[in-house]
Design a protein around this ligand. Structure first.
Ligand SMILES: Nc1ncnc2c1ncn2[C@@H]1O[C@H](COP(=O)(O)OP(=O)(O)O)[C@@H](O)[C@H]1O
Ligand SMILES: [Mg+2]
Length: 253
């Protein structure tokens, strides 16, 4: 009996799946998304890619609750979230970051992260510990004690990701987290996110337009074009998919 209780309390968080099922979005006659089904499991990073205007941000908006789909459903396991507000979804651990991030400019980078951890109920020493861990994982240690307001845009975005992770989400939705960075910086950032997501069993749905970046960093990929799914699967399988090659390379040659 005693050992059973012990096992229960030390158990890893239950694995879950977040899904958009047959999602469609129509903006006053513009069909931005049609019949898109996408899933993310705990601890994996799924890359959502496609050309400009293909529906990536709209997909993220439907999953996060920023928008409600015209058709289809959003599911967490067997629980339906389709009409649940973004705020409520965040409360149950589905968190998205925005391309323009707000930070507390007067606070240091470390304090910005710690405040986010404290805000979701961690005790002070737990918040501090998690902050140290995130600073190390996201290569923010050298700027930990500088004021956030003096940070360049790319760094502000990384602070935003750290703040989101400090709330210990079950699922994190990221829209172009490496925007404005070069390929090696982007790979480094996304690899860091992947390591954290594995360790904390957090599922990540990540929008990124650079094919080679997602190829080397994501567990699975989902490719959109004109609001529809082109293909989905393992990066090594998608790399040679003729439709993907056409979308990404065909039109430019
Ligand atoms: N709020 C909106 N109102 C009208 N059309 C929109 C709106 N948001 C997105 N769209 C349209 O939906 C399509 C998909 O946009 P989006 O999801 O932002 O693409 P991506 O993120 O892949 O660049 C585009 O044609 C875009 O113009
Ligand atoms: Mg977008």
């Amino acid at each position: 009996m005693w050992s059973k209780t012990m096992t229960t309390t030390t158990e890893a968080p239950q694995a879950e799946t977040l899904r958009l099922v047959d999602g469609g979005m129509n903006f006053d006659g513009v069909q931005a998304l049609e019949d898109v089904s996408i899933s993310v499991n705990s601890g994996e990073v799924v890359g959502l890619i496609g050309p400009n205007g293909s529906g990536k941000t709209t997909t993220l908006n439907l999953v996060s609750g920023m928008l409600q789909p015209t058709t289809g459903r959003v599911m967490l396991g067997d629980k339906e979230l389709t009409r649940m507000s973004m705020r409520k979804r965040a409360r149950i651990g589905i968190v998205r970051t925005f391309q323009s991030v707000r930070v507390f400019g007067r606070l240091t980078v470390a304090e910005n992260i710690e405040v986010a951890a404290l805000g979701c109920g961690l005790r002070r020493h737990e918040a501090r510990e998690l902050t140290e861990e995130l600073l190390a994982d996201l290569n923010l240690e050298s700027v930990a004690n500088t004021a956030a307001e003096s940070s360049p845009a790319g760094l502000i975005r990384t602070i935003g990701i750290a703040r989101a992770l400090a709330t210990r989400p079950k699922f994190l939705l990221l829209d172009e987290p490496a925007a404005g960075q070069n390929e090696s910086e982007a790979v480094e950032l996304i690899e860091a996110i992947r390591n954290i997501s594995r360790r904390r069993a957090c599922g990540v749905l990540l929008v990124e337009h650079d094919m080679s970046v997602v190829m080397s960093t994501c567990d699975r990929l989902h490719v959109l074009d004109s609001g529809r799914t082109v293909t989905a699967g393992l990066p090594q399988d998608i790399r040679h998919d003729p439709q993907v090659v056409e979308i990404y390379f065909g039109k430019r040659h």
